[in-house]
Design a protein around this ligand. Structure first.
Ligand code: B12
Length: 212
């Protein structure tokens, strides 16, 4: 059993050596606690965010925290993703919306989708709505997963939903939104089809849409 509280504290304190040590231990023990470790790191990221908001940490600390967490998720990736039934060729278009550069959560969700048998078309970060709509059109993608962690990402998500409507494609696609600021209210207000915080829930939603 790894010490998840220590992992959260180490992430919050930017103690990279301790994070690496505990993450390696998770994998040495078979990876059964990989999801719990991601959750512990995410809690640590909340500590980082709070310290940044309080003026104790600076942007350079956010960057460093992002690197530590990205490496941790990379190490854990083969143990994440839950059940990997499938082998479907169903595509999911995944993007961090316009003006938002955060991609750690996106990359975690991507691992889950791939483990569940989806083919993920990952457009990266700060993706303009036109690129999302055009890619969906060109590749005939029916499931769109949008992510963002800034409050203003909600505006970009809304604009993206509207861009699908303007392109006459809104009834052809299902739009899932995720990331820290999303909520049932935000989902309803922007007329997305579903929202989720948990990557496992998002897989179940998309499997339902894909008839898997
Ligand atoms: C690391 C970090 C950064 C790094 C990001 C590195 C990277 N590669 O992503 C960098 C340095 C780039 C950064 C920059 C900035 N950041 Co920043 N950052 C963070 C921090 C500390 C952690 C974010 C994170 O990765 N969390 C961990 C992941 C795993 O969580 P997650 O994304 O929510 O994902 C989980 C779920 O939401 C879900 N999920 C995610 N996506 C999806 C998608 C779908 C479809 C589904 C179903 C589920 C799902 O699954 C994930 C796993 O559980 C947060 C603090 C926080 N509490 O979040 C601030 C935070 C988000 N940042 C903030 C700010 C202010 C900034 C800057 C403006 C700072 C500046 N002055 O420059 C810039 C903005 C840049 C931009 N335009 O985007 C604020 C945002 C405030 C707000 N309300 O808008 C926060 C909240 C910090 C704070 N408390 O002030 N940041």
């Amino acid at each position: 059993m790894v010490d998840l509280k220590k992992l959260t504290e180490a992430m919050g304190d930017l103690e990279e050596d301790i994070v690496v040590e505990i993450i390696d231990q998770v994998m040495e023990e078979g990876g059964g606690e990989a999801q719990a470790a991601v959750d512990a790191c995410s809690e640590g990221m909340n500590i980082v965010g709070d310290r940044f908001a309080d003026g104790e940490y600076f942007v350079s600390d956010l960057i460093y925290a992002g690197e530590i967490m990205t490496d941790a998720v990379q190490t854990l990736s083969s143990a994440l993703g839950g059940d990997s039934k499938g082998g479907s060729s169903e595509k999911i278009l995944l993007a961090t919306v316009k003006d938002d550069l955060h991609d750690i959560g996106k990359n975690i969700v991507k691992s889950f989708f791939e483990a569940a048998g989806f083919e993920v078309v990952d457009l990266g970060i700060d993706v303009p709505h036109e690129k999302i709509v055009n890619t969906a059109k060109e590749q005939g993608i029916k499931i769109i997963a949008l992510t963002g962690v800034l409050t203003l990402a909600l505006d970009s998500m809304k604009a993206c939903v509207e861009a699908f409507t303007a392109a006459g494609m809104r009834d052809d696609v299902k739009i899932l939104i995720g990331g820290n600021p999303v909520s049932a209210e935000a989902c309803e207000a922007m007329k997305a089809d579903a929202w989720a915080h948990s990557p496992a829930d998002s897989v179940n939603i998309c499997k339902g849409w894909a008839g898997m």
